[in-house]
Design a protein around this ligand. Structure first.
Ligand code: GMT
Length: 379
């Protein structure tokens, strides 16, 4: 039976990061289904730049005082959650990223309880909130407590679920609901002119997109590219920006690959670049899911990745690409050449698209709706 429409508050980081993208796309998809969605963040989420009758945005106001060295964002957020939940009569709060969203939600819930209002909280764990930041001793007690106090907890991969149980004393169930993709937006587009401009002599095109943090191991992208280039004419596009970018530009100069490499910086329409790519590289040290690789697969691009975290659940080794040992440049180069071989490439491309279709938003959205319904019912 069709679920009755719900009023859902979504709390997330409004940035380019994967957790913010998933939260925003989820809200948009829920709104399309007829649910009313209220985003609560400190800035308009990157992909929420249009009007929809079912979408609302509530900005968290962070007041600064000379006394505060750090303005207490978590308190301003909790207060905003209380007001939105009360006045918009929300059925559920869905917070993305444990820190500080899950603990702020706990506080909001307690305040509302005093007023006789009960609001269930769903927390979605995205990865770095667990594997990098959350396990830090300065946050661990609060992360453990707020996960245990959530009415429902989801993780974006089996591996992240396992890591959460391993790193924290968790007493609650965790349901795995993977990242998803909107195939209406992410699909191979005809951009031959673009390909011709970058690869004028029919070179194969390699693409990497990330926030250029250390965990992404962008240096492995450049090293693998350097090795492939010895046997195959190739070009490399690097999309995104972040702390490692300067170092990566220097590495290109040292290896002499600058002429065949372009750093494009942050791009909104990444699907246009992916539309002309032959191989996507994701050699991450840690990766709970790998949304950027899914975006590539939706555009029919096979993936050469590491086997970190949840990546192998997405990138099926030998089928949609290869998931190699972290940092093993030799193996990655060998596998990349195998994928790029014209005898194999069409098969890998087709498999990548088929895997992306399994993770289309139309297949994953009902899992969230069902999870909300279960959580509301049991609370
Ligand atoms: O990868 C990042 O640095 C961004 C990060 C985030 O927290 O926003 O992404 C995480 O969440 C994404 C959405 O669930 C996942 O697809 C990414 O794999 C995950 N990143 C890591 O685990 C490093």
């Amino acid at each position: 039976p069709k679920l009755i429409n719900m009023k859902i508050g979504i709390v997330c980081y409004p940035t380019f990061g994967g957790s913010g993208v998933v939260a925003t796309e989820l809200g948009k998809a829920l709104a399309k289904e007829g649910h009313q969605v209220h985003f609560i963040t400190y800035r308009q989420p990157t992909r929420l730049d249009f009007f929809s009758a079912n979408l609302f945005y509530h900005e968290v106001d962070i007041k600064s005082y000379p006394l505060f060295e750090h303005a207490p964002y978590e308190l301003a957020l909790a207060s905003k959650m209380v007001n939105v939940a009360k006045y918009e009569q929300l059925d559920l709060l869905h917070v993305h990223y444990a820190i500080p969203h899950a603990s702020a939600a706990y506080m909001a819930k307690q305040i509302l309880k005093e007023e006789g209002i009960y609001i269930p909280v769903v927390t979605t764990l995205h990865g770095t909130d667990i594997t990098l930041v959350g396990k830090d001793p300065s946050y661990e007690p609060v992360v453990t407590f707020s996960i245990n106090q959530s009415d429902g907890v989801t993780a974006v991969s089996e591996d992240l679920k396992r890591a959460t149980f391993e790193l924290f004393d968790i007493k609650t169930e965790i349901e795995v609901i993977p990242n998803f993709i909107d195939l209406d937006r992410f699909k191979k587009q005809k951009k031959e002119h673009f390909k011709l401009a970058i690869c004028p002599n029919g070179e194969k095109l390699l693409v990497h997109t990330s926030n250029f943090r250390k965990v992404k191991r962008v240096e492995d992208v450049i090293k693998v590219f350097f090795e492939i280039r010895k046997t195959l004419p190739v070009k490399l596009l690097l999309v995104g920006d972040g702390p490692e970018r300067d170092k990566m530009e220097r590495l290109c100069r040292e290896l002499g690959t600058c002429d065949d490499t372009r750093f494009l910086g942050k791009l909104e329409a990444v699907e246009e670049v992916l539309s002309v790519a032959d191989l996507f590289l994701m050699p991450s040290e840690k990766e709970s899911f790998g949304l950027a690789a899914l975006e590539a697969m939706a555009c029919e691009v096979p993936v050469l990745s590491s086997n970190a975290g949840g990546i192998p659940e997405l990138n099926i080794d030998g089928v949609t690409g290869y998931a190699c040992e972290i940092g093993n440049i030799e193996e990655m180069t060998k596998r990349a050449l195998e994928i790029l071989d014209d005898a194999n490439l069409p098969r890998f491309k087709a498999n990548a698209l088929a895997r992306a279709k399994e993770l289309d938003v139309s297949n994953i959205l009902p899992q969230y709706e069902e999870f909300y319904r279960k959580t509301i019912e049991k609370s």
